[in-house]
Design a protein around this ligand. Structure first.
Ligand SMILES: [Zn+2]
Length: 465
């Protein structure tokens, strides 16, 4: 106890969370970005024709908000241009092109149904009236959360073992909330709500249809499963996972099938334990000579990891929560199932895509489809890492702004739109399009024109594939 108190005496009590040695650029105010440079925003002609990857897309729907910021029925580009010229509307968003009226008008709204094809990696969104499709979104969700969180865990564990000031142990003093979801699941769940709210800002939605599905994962694994078998898992009567994996693989090296004559067996993680986990599908039996070769990188294993059922589990977990949350927000929500969507899609002769699925879910039949769709990619908001990587003491010197540009800003270069994916202090930036087809590793910032500042949803218009 005395020892502990002695240690506590040296504990700095009132230090700021981020030490002052941090690069001031990291803590700079966000609104310093070159917002005043967004000139193309005020030029409706330039914004209505999107030049990307050699395609010239002509936007056919312009979204409208009234003076209070509520969504009205979308209009045609021609009418929007006339309103802008007259001064009775202002541009509020470039992609997708939206205007806000400055004068009060009559507001007639038609019935619009929003179809959501919910998913683990991608969400499809389509909004339709009785005559036409008004909005089509293909959203890719983040997949880096598990990796980043386990990395953070490593740093924290390291810090605990290092010789720093005394920190009270904090492993057993927290409670999980009743509706707690794992961070990666929570993120995906929140993104569903977030994108629906974003669409509601564009168009006045009157009804939401969502596809949900329940999966019997045990039945997928063993189709003949019945009754009490559900309670008796495959690992019953085994001491631990290791014993089970050895038995499953017949106590035989899965790489050389026993040719090495080495009788010492080890259980190998096909993907690292950090990202792949300890589930039997990620484990394989190897003899110790093969295992050594694999660890040293001399041999590449031909064994593939069994795919988990993450996507299915996600849907089973969040489906009712999703409907409940949308209903609480005041929407009229109904749900449908995957097999219904599939049969209808085939009936209509549409190819499999998230937007087509969403169109069918919304109840689409012979409506005029949009010729383009919004490809949206979700990215992380910021990187607060102070040091570069594992055990590295090289400072992460990336400032929030370099020459007025921040990460994921949308810029115009040689008549095409790009996103800033990497910036160097030398002033040469890495530009990319969302589909990855256009990749410019080194372009000087002088040649770039800022179109939109980056956020967590990167939006790019593209032709329907
Ligand atoms: Zn072997």
């Amino acid at each position: 106890m005395q020892k502990l108190q002695a240690k506590l005496k040296n504990t700095p009590r009132d230090i700021p969370h981020v030490s002052r040695t941090v690069n001031p650029g990291l803590n700079r105010d966000e609104n310093l970005s070159g917002l005043d440079k967004v000139l193309a925003c005020n030029n409706s002609d330039a914004a209505l024709t999107v030049a990307h990857a050699g395609q010239n897309l002509r936007v056919s729907v312009v979204y409208v908000q009234n003076r209070r910021g509520d969504a009205l029925m979308p209009t045609s580009p021609r009418k929007a241009k006339r309103l802008l010229k007259k001064g009775s509307a202002v541009v509020i968003r470039r992609t997708p092109f939206s205007i806000k009226l400055t004068t009060a008008t009559g507001e007639t709204k038609q019935s619009i149904t929003l179809g959501i094809d919910s998913g683990y990696n991608k969400i499809g969104i389509s909004a339709i009236t009785e005559e036409k499709e008004l909005c089509a979104i293909d959203l890719s969700l983040r997949t880096d959360l598990v990796k980043l969180n386990s990395e953070r865990k490593t740093y924290r564990r390291n810090r605990r073992g290092r010789k720093t000031w005394y920190r009270e142990s904090r492993f057993n003093n927290r409670k999980k909330a009743k509706n707690w979801l794992a961070p990666s699941i929570q993120n995906k769940f929140d993104s569903h709500i977030k994108i629906v709210n974003k669409v509601k800002k564009l168009i006045p939605i009157s009804k939401i249809n969502i596809e949900i599905a329940a999966f019997d994962i045990q039945k997928i694994k063993t189709p003949e499963i019945f009754g009490v078998d559900y309670r008796l898992g495959v690992q019953k009567n085994f001491w631990n996972v290791r014993e089970y994996v050895l038995y499953r693989d017949g106590h035989c090296c899965q790489h050389c099938k026993g040719k090495s004559k080495n009788r010492i067996l080890e259980v190998h993680h096909i993907l690292s334990r950090q990202t792949g986990g300890d589930r039997p599908g990620n484990l394989a039996t190897l003899c110790s000579s093969c295992h050594e070769k694999v660890s040293k990188g001399k041999v590449v294993l031909s064994i593939t990891r069994q795919n988990g059922f993450k996507a299915e589990t996600f849907m089973t977990m969040v489906r009712w929560m999703l409907i409940y949350r949308l209903r609480v927000a005041g929407d009229l929500v109904s749900h449908t199932y995957g097999y219904v969507t599939k049969s209808k899609r085939i009936e209509l002769g549409l190819i499999k895509s998230h937007v087509n699925d969403a169109f069918v879910i919304a109840g689409g039949t012979n409506q005029t489809r949009l010729q383009y769709q919004c490809f949206v990619k979700q990215v992380r908001k910021c990187n607060r890492k102070l040091y570069k990587g594992d055990r590295s003491h090289i400072k992460n010197t990336a400032k929030r702004f370099i020459h007025g540009f921040k990460r994921f800003d949308k810029v115009l270069w040689e008549g095409s739109e790009f996103f800033v994916f990497g910036r160097r202090v030398s002033g040469y930036f890495h530009l990319r399009s969302l589909d990855g087809l256009q990749n410019k590793p080194s372009v000087h910032w002088c040649k770039l024109k800022l179109l939109e500042t980056g956020g967590t949803f990167l939006i790019q218009m593209g032709r329907v594939k």
